[in-house]
Design a binder for this molecule. Structure first.
Ligand code: AMP
Length: 417
């Protein structure tokens, strides 16, 4: 009986995992350098956790099930709600701010296509406890530093929800209608918004896509809308800090994010030409979620990378990563030296931990071992022969150049790169 994997899931082959692990390690190096600490949240949570504030889009796509104890559970569709729950349960007595990161799969019952899966990986951060513009700027700078380290070309767009929200409040739009308007903006469906309201300023505002001067333009349109202006000023402070780090961005007041818990600055990063699913990162400030989940009033800001899309973007932009081909293959020239070859392999594996070291396990003849080595792309082969061994030497063959030389066993490390 042949059983296929479920729709929207993937098998990751050794070459996929090499790329993913290499990339994840590079990302974690930057996260650690910013003093973020790794955490892991449960794969499933109580359904209510995500019903409180994750937003309609996510709610529609959750994997919900009842366990044997008749509890309503849900495979995590995102991490922020879980991290806030973890904060309330386990971390609320720690010194603030707390800088956290996670790397794990999320589950959404969405229509699968390129860049959109039912099981997909997110690497994200949450910076809990600070309301300062520096904390907004820090998470954005962190995301940008990670992408620069990976060598990716991308586009950063920033907004502040307070600008639009302030205007909608002043226009007397109800909270429910505001949520609806936000979800229409997120989907780019302006026609449906026009059925709810017809403010010219609103449509002009969400159409703004400019560099820093966007704020002056928005300011001139928002005369008298005090809350919107205050939000503009907050955004201005964040942009100023990004300017210090020479981070390029575009202000796009049409960015509202699908998740309902955001309260302030929001941002998205996309990779042009990646196709329909080109958004590789989304984040923002959520100052009310922790309190909504039963914790003390605690501001927070964070983001999540779509890790699968980062890998796809790296492939598309042809970013090379370290080769995973073995560095060394130990080949016994005949049966009489198999034990010696085994001992040498184990010694080299112990001493050269950063090298990938292989040994023939198929009892192949030397000629066949060399064929195998070139087929799998081994960089060097060590041929262990009886005569050489008696002089404490082995033959080292560079598979790229075909050059072969005798080297002292203790000098193998010096002779390979
Ligand atoms: P969100 O939690 O919706 O803000 O998503 C954060 C990031 O996760 C997005 O920018 C995407 O890169 C990625 N993402 C969201 N949904 C999926 C999915 N179904 N498949 C792959 N990546 C996704």
């Amino acid at each position: 009986m042949k059983i296929e994997r479920p729709r929207g899931t993937r098998d990751f082959l050794p070459e996929d995992m090499w790329k993913r692990r290499f990339t994840e390690n590079a990302i974690m190096e930057v996260l650690n350098s910013y003093n973020y600490e790794e955490i892991l949240i449960p794969t499933f949570e109580h359904l209510e956790l995500f019903e409180i504030k994750s937003g309609e889009e996510i709610k529609k796509h959750m994997y919900v099930f009842e366990d044997k104890g008749k509890r309503n559970l849900c495979l995590r569709p995102e991490a922020t709600a879980s991290v806030c729950r973890m904060f309330v349960e386990n971390l609320r007595n720690r010194q603030l701010p707390i800088r956290l990161y996670y790397s794990c799969p999320m589950f959404r019952y969405d229509e699968p296509q390129k860049g959109r899966y039912r099981e997909f990986w997110q690497i994200g951060v949450e910076l809990i406890g600070s309301k300062s513009s520096e904390s907004d700027a820090e998470v954005i700078a962190l995301a940008i530093d990670i992408l620069k380290k990976l060598g990716l070309k991308f586009k950063l767009e920033i907004s502040h929800l307070g600008i639009i929200r302030g205007l909608l409040n002043d226009l007397g739009i109800s909270k429910d209608n505001q949520s609806m308007i936000f979800s229409y903006i997120d989907k780019g469906d302006l026609e449906n918004i026009k059925k709810i309201m017809k403010s010219d300023i609103f449509f002009k505002l969400i159409d703004i896509r400019r560099k820093r001067d966007a704020l002056e333009l928005a300011h001139s349109m928002l005369d008298g809308h005090e809350n919107s202006i205050n939000a503009l000023k907050e955004l201005q402070k964040i942009l100023r800090l990004l300017d210090f780090s020479e981070i390029e961005y575009e202000v796009n007041l049409g960015i509202v994010r699908g998740l309902e818990y955001y309260t302030g600055m929001v941002f998205e990063i996309s990779v042009p030409n990646l196709g329909a699913q080109n958004q590789i990162c989304g984040g923002g400030r959520y100052d009310e979620l922790i309190e909504l989940l039963g914790g003390p009033k605690t501001p927070a800001v964070g983001f999540a990378f779509g890790f699968d899309r980062i890998i796809e973007a790296m492939e598309m932009q042809k970013i090379e990563i370290l080769s995973k081909n073995p560095d060394l293959l130990i080949a016994p020239a005949n049966d009489s030296v198999r034990d010696a070859a085994w001992k040498l392999t184990m010694k080299l594996r112990k001493n050269l931990v950063e090298k990938r070291i292989d040994i023939d396990l198929m009892n192949r003849k030397l000629e066949k071992i060399l064929e195998y080595a070139s087929r799998i792309g081994v960089k060097n082969v060590i041929i262990v022969g009886e005569k050489d061994l008696s002089k404490n030497k082995v033959a080292l063959r560079n598979m790229k150049t075909g050059e072969q030389k005798l080297v002292e066993i203790d000098e193998i490390a010096k002779n390979i790169d």
